[in-house]
Design a protein around this ligand. Structure first.
Ligand SMILES: Cc1cc2nc3c(=O)[nH]c(=O)nc-3n(C[C@H](O)[C@H](O)[C@H](O)COP(=O)(O)O)c2cc1C
Length: 172
């Protein structure tokens, strides 16, 4: 898929079908993560792949805003090291690359950031120096994703972009 088309059509999906995601697509999503750049090329992040149903349920219980992850085909916990002031930027970039790589293969995904950190840290044996920053669930969508079913609710460019100085809307 064309990159812009991929960005344009990707939406957050929180309901998944029971169909398994082929392992080569899963691998591609992880490769997209590996290939993403980090601040100072530190590569401080680590990823926990979760596909066991009981563990997906545990992930849901360890969340405050992602109970839907229990129904995902697999999930990825993104761990970053908060000693780097840019660690959450790194988390956002890698997440977006994984989501776009997945969507390029018709795999949908959703993310959540509401995490019961201590509980999750214990349940998944995460070392203290790493923080579970974002969790994403992946799978085929429960319903076909078409541009018509959910319109993206976004501000228009003229509400967002200024030319040369804040407040100057000449550009768009
Ligand atoms: C920083 C950030 C945090 C988010 N946290 C959650 C979350 O905790 N739970 C959730 O279900 N979705 C979460 N989302 C997804 C947003 O709700 C979603 O990006 C937004 O509604 C736009 O969705 P759309 O692209 O499908 O239009 C988060 C997104 C971002 C960028």
């Amino acid at each position: 898929m064309d990159t812009f088309e991929c960005i344009k059509t990707k939406i957050e999906v929180r309901e998944f079908s029971k169909r398994d995601v082929p392992s080569e697509i899963r691998k591609k999503v992880l490769e997209a993560a590996r290939l993403t750049g980090t601040g100072l090329n530190t590569q401080h992040w680590r990823f926990i792949l979760v596909d066991n149903k009981d563990n997906l349920k545990k992930l849901a219980e360890d969340s405050t805003s992602g109970s839907w992850v229990a129904g995902a085909n697999f999930a990825i916990i993104i761990l970053t090291n908060p000693k780097y002031h840019f660690h959450s930027i790194d988390a956002g970039r890698v997440l977006q690359n994984m989501q776009l790589a997945a969507w390029n293969s018709q795999i949908c995904s959703g993310l959540f950031t509401g995490i019961k950190q201590e509980q999750l840290q214990t349940d998944f044996e995460i070392p203290e120096n790493l923080s579970p920053t974002i969790i994403a669930g992946f799978g085929y969508p429960a319903r076909e994703v078409t541009g018509k079913m959910k319109k993206k609710n976004r501000l228009q460019l003229h509400e967002l972009v200024y030319y040369e100085k804040y407040g100057n809307s000449e550009l768009v």
